[in-house]
Design a protein around this ligand. Sequence first.
Ligand code: NAD
Length: 277
Amino acid sequence: MDFEHVLVVGAGQMGGGIAQVVAVSGRHVSLYDPYPGAIDRGLGAMRKSLEKLAEKGGADPDEVLARVEPVEELVPADLMIEAVIEDADVKQDVFRRADETLGEGAILASNTSSIPITSLAAVTSRPERVIGMHFFNPVPVLKLVEIVRGRETSDETAAAVVALAEELGKTSAVANDFPGFVSNRILMPFINEAVWALHDGVAEPEAIDTIAKLGFAHPLGPLALADLIGLDTCVAIMQVLEEGLGDEKYAPCPLLREHVEAGRLGRKSGRGFYAYG
Ligand SMILES: NC(=O)c1ccc[n+]([C@@H]2O[C@H](COP(=O)([O-])OP(=O)(O)OC[C@H]3O[C@@H](n4cnc5c(N)ncnc54)[C@H](O)[C@@H]3O)[C@@H](O)[C@H]2O)c1
């Protein structure tokens, strides 16, 4: 399968990054997001990222962006990659509508961080062609795609998206369909514990992050990473882990919830555990 035309749903930090790498690979991308200004912000972020990469020999930004077409509704394509907010009801609604719009041979993929793929496949008539394609942030830079097979995902579907990930310059690792899959089952308790350390007064944010960076050789400390992911997204993922795995050890620290309630969502809102210019 060539996936010459890809529909990306959601133009936030992940949807924009996914649209970018797909367009860089020479494919036509339709980008949908119903929220005012979201597409323009997404295209602006893509241009910034492409210009930076072009300085290091990357593709011509104008040529890449010419392959990204904003659309006002879901359109037929060979593949949909959904990257809307981490909310099961919103994602199920997108999958229901995509199932009605995209041809029956098309594959429907989700970039969800934690929501079981089987629950998205269940609202479609093609569960064998529904799969998780979990990219990492920032998408143009990080090499991993966690491929998540739902209960009914076919071998053909899995093989086709693994091949696509490779063509996008990524390395894939396949996981089965558990809440949070592999990546966030490991990462979120780590971030949450760092927030608890801050909450308990063990250390200031800078000290917590320095310890993780220099002590564990992580490129970013857990609090800076949470700001990059988005604190609202972190809370949503932890809730899926807590409910899905039935263990309150995954419950988000109250300090994390407080930040979200105060609108301090991390980099995307200008303030989280740190302030951004
Ligand atoms: N942030 C990360 O580091 C990261 C990493 C991997 C996966 N993810 C996952 O990617 C998805 C998107 O996360 P993000 O960080 O890009 O969030 P974001 O808040 O930056 O963007 C979400 C986008 O979804 C749009 N949206 C909301 N409802 C929609 C709908 N019904 N149809 C179309 N668009 C809609 C919003 O307008 C917004 O532009 C989530 O499932 C998240 O868990 C995030």
